[in-house]
Ligand binder design. Sequence first.
Ligand code: AKB
Length: 340
Amino acid sequence: MMRNKVILITGANGEVGHGLINQLSAIKDMPPVMVLDIRGLDKSMESKVYETIVGDILDNGLLETLVSEYEIVTIFHLAALLSTHSEFRPEAAHRVNVQGTVNLLQLAVEQSRISGRPVKFIFPSSVAVYGMPDIATKNAAPPVKEDEFTIPTTMYGINKLYGEHTGRYYTHHYRQLADVPQRSGVDFRSLRFPGLISATTMPTGGTSDYAPEMLHAAAKGEPYACFVRPDTAIPFMAMPDAIRALLEIADAPRERLTRTVYNVTSFSLPAGEIADIVRSAFPSAQITFEPHPQRQGIVDSWCAQMDDSAAQRDWGWKPEYDLNRAFHEYLIPTIRKQYT
Ligand code: AKB
C-alpha cells in the first residue's frame, strides 16, 4: 500500500513549532508537514500543514495508526513540559518528556522497519541539562562544552539529558545483545538550545522566559517584575536562528556528524543588561526585579555561556543574530510593529 511521505512535528503548537512550520512550508520539494499536538494547532497555522492530529504522544494506539497510514521520513520531536512547569508536576513531566520521547523513538524504529530507510529524529535539548555547582563556578567557567557539568537539578533538565542519551543509544547501540545485532534505523540528532527569544510568540512554562516576557510587556506598555536578579546571566538565541539550526542539523550529511548532541548558542548577557536594552527601546518600560527564590535557583544552575565549537566545526553552525542584530534588527522592530 502506498503511504504518503510526511514530516512529523510533535508539540507543533508551541513557539518553536510555529517557527518551524512557517519555514518548512516555504521550502519547495519538502514532504508535507503533519503535526501532532495535544492542544491542536492555532487556526492561523492550519493552512500551512497537511494534517493536524489532536492527540497525546503517550497514546500508543494513536502512534501505531500514524505509522500504518503515513511514511514518516523525519520527526521533529518538540513536545515537552518546560522547566518551570515540570517542577510543579515532576511525575507528569517525566511521563511526557521521557516516556513520550521513547514512544516517538519506537515509532521511528517501526517506521524504518516498514520503509527500509533511516528515519531522522530531531530532538531539541536545552541549557537545562547543565548543573553548575555554585555561582562562583558558573561565573568563572569558560564557555561550557557538551560533556561538562551535566548534573542537572531540574526534572526537565534530567529528562532532556536522558532523551539525548536514549537517542544516542537508538542510533549507535540498539539491541546490541540480540542474536543478530539490530540497527534501529533511527538517525538521532539533538541540539542543546539556550533560552530562545521570539518576537512573535510567547513561551509558556520555561525559566528563561523572563527575557521574552520583559520585552513583550514593555512593548505592550505593561509593568514587568523580573523573577531573577539583574546579575543573572545565561545564553540566549533569537528564534530565527533556532529554527535555522534545526533545519541545518536535519540536513547535515551523517558522515560529518561526530556527535549526536550539539550545543548551539548566540549571545550571553545578564538580565539587568536586557532590561537596559528594553528601557532604551521603550523608555516608558516599567521593569522591576523581584527574584523568585526557586526560579532564581534554577537559572543559577545553568551555565552562563555554552561552547558550540563542535557544531561550528562539524556542520558549519553560525548564528546570524548576535546580540546587536537580535535586539535591534529582529526583536525590537518586530515586537514594536506587532503591538502598535
Ligand atoms: C526553559 O526555560 O525551560 C526553556 C529551556 C531553557 O529549555 N526555555
